[in-house]
Write a protein that binds this ligand. Structure first.
Ligand SMILES: [Mn+2]
Length: 303
């Protein structure tokens, strides 16, 4: 039996690539099974449920097994026991890691937006056509990994294959992508306190300590902004500890950023971004990066 596995804390591409490639192997007469190295995320759950595909089995230990690795090539992202497994093939689109298959010619690495794009091409090279549900998984993985072609990693091939599959399936691709992305928004179950701890960094400036929390959302940002009152209340509590508390929600599909600020430097911050805060909230055009566009501004004001 050949085990096809993606990486730890699996994303949609990792899971769908494992399933799609195991299916191709079976079509070619080999015994293969897709597996996962951890819990699947809510987006993947939505996709597998929608297309009636079973969640792959958890691979607890790969020791002594024959493995095909998809979507990475690093020991630390692989299963327990990988050092004692036989790696038959690696198919990936990330930088090359420390793993290699026994036969080096079985290492495929292409600069494409998703591993699933490579896998779709492998079906074609082998004169095979993916089943309808497998096609849907390939499409989903491409949309997920490229944020529906917005990511800079997107290649023309990703878009061409996604469009071809959408046509084959008679699917409204944009609508489907939005449904997919919304299934990934996990803030509905979170309290404001948990939201404020989502992805934060603390910076020590000479004029005080700053807390910057960033929430990147492919879709559904507007719904999070509606929880403004709760969020500001939570930020208010944090004000006892920090001079500046900032919360930014980056809306990837909407190509804008929502900014909440509680700070004695609020006016200077508004000036720097050429915006006006209303109830400590404002919207900015474009996707703002904490590292490139927020920290330097606060540094300038608070140092
Ligand atoms: Mn990927």
């Amino acid at each position: 039996m050949i085990y096809v596995a993606g990486h730890k804390s699996p994303d949609t591409d990792s899971i769908c690539a494992a399933i799609a490639y195991a299916e191709l192997k079976k079509k070619l007469g080999q015994d293969a099974v897709a597996c996962r190295l951890g819990d699947i995320n809510s987006e993947t759950k939505f996709i597998l449920g929608k297309w009636g595909v079973a969640i792959p089995e958890l691979l607890e230990n790969a020791s002594g097994k024959q493995l095909i690795i998809v979507d990475h090539s690093e020991t630390k992202q692989g299963p327990t026991g990988i050092e004692n497994a036989e790696i038959l093939e690696i198919i990936d689109h990330h930088r090359i890691g420390d793993l290699a298959p026994t036969d080096p010619s079985k290492f495929i690495n292409k600069k494409l937006g998703a591993t699933c794009t490579i896998i779709y091409n492998l079906y074609l090279e082998n004169n095979q056509e993916p089943d309808k549900n497998v096609k849907a998984l390939i499409l989903s993985a491409i949309l997920s990994d490229t944020w529906m072609f917005k990511s800079s990693t997107t290649a023309n091939e990703d878009r061409a294959i996604a469009e071809k599959i959408s046509q084959d399936l008679g699917l409204d691709m944009e609508k489907y992508a939005m449904d997919m992305f919304k299934s990934k928004t996990d803030f509905h179950e979170k309290t404001a306190e948990q939201i404020m701890k989502n992805d934060y960094k603390i910076y020590e400036f000479s004029k005080g300590k700053s807390y910057i929390n960033a929430y990147e959302l492919v879709a559904g940002a507007d719904e999070l902004v509606k929880r403004k009152d709760e969020i500001l209340q939570e930020m208010e509590k944090m004000k006892t500890e920090y001079t500046t508390v900032m919360f930014v929600i980056v809306d990837i599909m909407g190509e804008k950023t929502h900014m909440f600020v509680l700070s004695e430097f609020e006016n200077q911050i508004a000036q720097e971004y050429k915006i006006e805060f209303k109830d400590h909230y404002s919207e900015l055009k474009g996707l703002v990066s904490r590292k490139k566009q927020i920290v330097p501004v606060l540094e300038k004001i608070m140092n």
